[in-house]
Each structure stands twice: as C-alpha cells, then as structure tokens.
Ligand binder design. Structure first.
Ligand code: MSP
Length: 518
C-alpha cells in the first residue's frame, strides 16, 4: 500500500474545556489535510487528547471524580468540539486507550532492554504545575522561581532517566542537513541555537507511582508510571503501530496478526504544534525515535500563540475567547475564516471581536456572499437559472488565481492562499460593477453580452467553491448546492475553467453569510 500523507496535531490536555489556541491548531491541520485530499493524495489526520499526568489528576480531584471518569466525560466534550469545528480527522487518540499504552510500553521495554535507561537519585526543585524538575539555572537572582512554574517544591526521589547526550551531535547534523525539518526557519534556528549552546540533560521519564498514579506503568518497574510527555509524544506512532503500519519497525507493532492491508502512515509528514512545545518535539521526540529505530517525522510545523486584545488569554482574568460561543453566533466557517485569514502559521496573533466582525462583514458578507448571491440571483432572474454558453472572459485571471492558490497551499501558506482566493472575489465583484448586467438585461440587443457575463460569474463562483473547500467546507458545499451541483467540491482538479455545462440549471440562491447589522 502507498504511504499516506500523515498529519498530526498536539494532543490537548484534558484538564478543562477547549479554547481558541486548541481550536486554531486543529483548524490549521484540517485545512492542510483537506488540501492534500483535494489533490487526490490519500491523507490521514490524527488529533486527540493527552489524558495522563498530574494536571489531569489534580483537575479530576478538584471535581471529586476518579481520573478515568473525569477523562471520559471531558473526552466526549472534546470530540463533539472537533465535530463542531468541522474537522475531517480520521482518528481521535486518547492516551488512556489500550492501543496506545501497549505501544508505549513496547517502546519503554525496548529502551530498557538496550540499556538506554538508568535509575538515579534526584534531589532538587520540582514544579508541580509543569511536572518538571528545575535546576539552579531556573532560579532568579533572589533565589525565587518564575511564577509561571507555579508551586515549586523540594524533592528527593529515585527515577528512570533516558540518555540523551550521545545523540546531541547527530541531531544537530540532522537539523542542518534537513532545513525543512522544523518550520518556519526561525524556529529551526531556535532549536539549533539551543542544541549548540547547551549540553543536553538526560530526560527523566518516570514518576514514582506513590506520588502520581495517573499514568502508564513502566513495564519493567511497577513502582513507577511514565512521565506524561514521554507518554504523550508516542501517540503519533502508537496509533499507526497499533494498526499494523508497515512503516513502523516490527518490534514496536503489537504481536497479533496485522489487518490485511494496514495503512502505511509512518513517518509522519507533518507534526503541527504550538511554539511552546517545540523542544519536546524537535529535541526529545527525534531522539526517542532514533533510539527505537524508527524513522523521523518529515516536518515539525510550528504555529504561534493567540492573544486576546493584546493580552495573554487567561481563565483567571476572564480574558478568553470561547470558540463555541463564536461558532454559535457567527457560524463555524466565519470562525475558521477569521483565524486562518488573521494569522499565518508562525507568528503570534491577536484576537479582537471587532476584527472578527470586520472581516465577517467586509470579506464574507459583502465580499464572497454578495458576489455569489447577486451572480446566481441574476442568472435565475434573467435566464431562469440555465447556464449560458461557455465564455472565457475571466478564464485566464481565474487560472492565475488557481495556480497561485495551489503554490501557496503546497507551502502551507494558508493566509496567502486566502488572499489569493479573495483577489478573485474582488475581481469578480468589480466585473459585476463594470459590466452592469442589470442594465444589459434591459436591452434585448445585449442578450449575448449578458450571457457572457452571467457565464463568467457563475463559473467563478463554482471555482471559488473548489478553492474554498479546504478552508470553509460547509460554505463550499452550500455554494455547490446553490449552483445545482450534486457533487462535493472536494477535488482541486475541478478548479479548471469551463466546468459548468451550458444548459445546466442552477439551484436557489440564498445568502451564505447573512449580514449582522443588529
Ligand atoms: N498535552 C500537550 C501536548 C502534547 S503533544 C504530544 C499540551 N497540551 S495543551 O493543551 O497545553 O496545548 C495543546 C496545543 O495548543 C499546543 O500545541 C499549544 O501550543 C496550543 N496552544 C495552547 N494555547 C495556545 C494559544 N493561546 N494560541 C495558540 N495555540 C496555543 O501542550
């Protein structure tokens, strides 16, 4: 079986409800996945939940629930959220699933058997909130720790460590030889800078079960559970491994008869993550994979962080965006459009309610919505909805936009792709104003000219549906339905000019983005 295009997102901590940052990342991954599918590339899109560790255990405790029950309840909410975002994910992994835990334990057993782990005593500082050990370097001049670490306690305990140092030179070389391994470039430079200026500390991969029992037991020492990050990172390979993926080394696949034609996913093509978890993905994860003899992912694609009104989002100050409320009020495609149009993959972004409203009105309602509505209404009114003979007046401009959009999407430049698509929206709206079909309709001698204009407009609308499908799948489908086309606009090849057959009768136009004049 051919290798599929395999894209993953970070798996979210299930210690609360989904917020804007979670939603943004998943929508970006969804657009990339849909884009590949639209090109005819078989694609697998994985997202899911990170359910173990102290954060989750404490959150469950605070609600007086057993962690398993607490996770099950929230997982249902998060899965429903994925559907609300119109995600086309093929799978939803939860780190509490046996399929994941089995592979994680196989990885741990392998590392242990090969002598890559060792047990040692640790005495020092520990951030409970971040579940991480801190060193003298993390202390401020006055001896205190940054409040971002939360409560810092002194700790003395034995743990298992994963040897990292031997891999440092190799990883630097890998990053240097594969410039697109971490994107954008400035994130790659950040990782290289870190690796070149620091000696890697070995990674503590266990937590004593006596202190934290909400985790996957180490297969070789049941007094310990696996450190939550080591557990979480493996989700990317545990899902393919459990399905019998031939791209995963055999020793990591469960020893049961593989399904007849398991999907070939590994190595992942894109791990999409936020900037805060770069080190885990670009340093620890490649080393873990190399140590177990698995191929490395092709790219770690790093997005920035959202703020709201120029401030960090935080539940405690109430400065948050509730994606569900936004979707309720504006519709899922308006939400998707705003985040994708506002923020390119890489830099940080700033959410403002006024920004959302402004883009909704200008670009969705008055731009795209108005174009489609007036084009189809005129076709209905002046030609009873029947598509006139083919005319190529806007063909070359549309073809240019199609090529440009494709070039942007091939490079994961989603914001630039939207700009390109909207250049066609704007052009077609100007075309209506310049050709004034409503005037042509009054003059029977202009019937042929009116035919030409109506064809060009309807065909641009159809092409827009195809280009928009990865971004705004619901809108693209509605547009196709209004054109009276029964197919789904999910094939990029359909963006070729003159797809609308003359004589075809369109459906009923209806506003795609009702104006919210309130
Ligand atoms: N559970 C870990 C990830 C493990 S992946 C093997 C985690 N979870 S998280 O829920 O805290 O974050 C999940 C993703 O959301 C991360 O990629 C993170 O960068 C992203 N975001 C969290 N807040 C964000 C914003 N304010 N803006 C954009 N993305 C942000 O980390």
């Amino acid at each position: 079986m051919n290798k599929l295009f395999y894209i993953t997102t970070a798996i979210d901590y299930v210690n609360g409800r989904p917020h804007l940052g979670h939603a943004y990342e998943k929508v970006v991954a969804d657009v990339i996945a849909r884009w590949r599918r639209s090109l005819g590339v078989e694609t697998y899109f994985l997202t899911g939940l990170d359910e173990h560790g102290q954060k989750v255990q404490q959150a469950a405790l605070a609600e007086g629930k057993a962690p398993g029950v607490y996770c099950d309840e929230l997982a249902a909410i998060w899965q429903a959220f994925a559907a609300k975002l119109d995600l086309s994910n093929d799978d939803f992994v939860r780190t509490t699933q046996p399929r994941h835990q089995q592979v994680l334990q196989a990885i741990l057993a392998r590392l242990h058997a090969e002598g890559r782990l060792y047990k040692e005593n640790y005495e020092g500082f520990y951030s409970t909130r971040e579940e991480t050990f801190l060193t003298e370097k993390d202390r401020r001049a006055d001896g205190s720790f940054d409040p971002a670490w939360g409560e810092v306690v002194r700790l003395q305990e034995q743990n298992y460590y994963f040897k990292l140092r031997d891999h440092q030179a190799w990883l630097i070389e890998h990053l240097e030889r594969n410039p697109s391994f971490v994107a954008p470039d400035y994130r790659r430079n950040e990782v290289l800078g870190f690796l070149k200026n620091n000696v890697l500390e070995d990674l503590c991969i266990s937590r004593p079960a006596a202190r934290l029992n909400w985790g996957v037991p180490l297969p070789f020492d049941s007094d310990y559970v696996t450190y939550v990050w080591f557990d979480a990172l493996t989700n990317y390979i545990s899902v393919p491994a459990a399905a019998g993926d031939p791209g995963v080394p055999e020793h990591l696949r469960p020893r049961r008869p593989a399904p007849e034609s398991p999907p070939h996913l590994w190595p992942a093509d894109i791990h999409l993550i936020g900037k805060d978890i770069l080190k885990f993905h670009a340093v620890y994860w490649p080393i873990m994979l190399k140590a177990v003899g698995a191929a490395l992912p092709r790219q770690i694609l790093v997005h920035g962080w959202w703020q709201k009104d120029g401030q960090r989002m935080s539940k405690s100050t109430g400065n948050t965006v509730d994606p569900l409320a936004v979707i309720e009020q504006w519709g899922v495609d308006a939400f998707r459009f705003y985040v994708l149009r506002e923020l390119d993959i890489g830099p940080d972004g700033n959410w403002t309610d006024a920004g959302l409203e402004g883009r909704y009105t200008a670009e969705l309602a008055n731009g795209l919505g108005n174009l489609v509505n007036r084009s189809l209404s005129m076709l209905k009114r002046y030609r009873n909805g029947a598509v006139p003979p083919v005319s190529n007046e806007l063909a070359s401009e549309a073809e240019k936009v199609v090529a440009q959009t494709r070039a942007c999407l091939d490079r994961n430049q989603l914001q630039a792709a939207l700009l390109s698509i909207w250049s066609l929206v704007t052009r077609a709206n100007q075309y209506v104003d310049h050709t004034a079909p409503f005037k042509l309709a009054k003059d029977p001698s202009q019937a042929r000219r009116l035919d030409e204009v109506l064809y060009n407009l309807a065909e641009v609308c159809r092409i827009l549906a195809v280009l928009l499908w990865p971004f705004l799948p619901g809108t693209a489908c509605k547009l196709y339905a209004q054109l009276g086309l029964s197919a789904v606009p999910d094939r990029f090849a359909a963006a070729a000019w003159a797809g609308l057959p003359p004589g075809h009768v369109i459906g009923s136009p209806a506003p795609l983005f009702p104006r919210k004049d309130a």
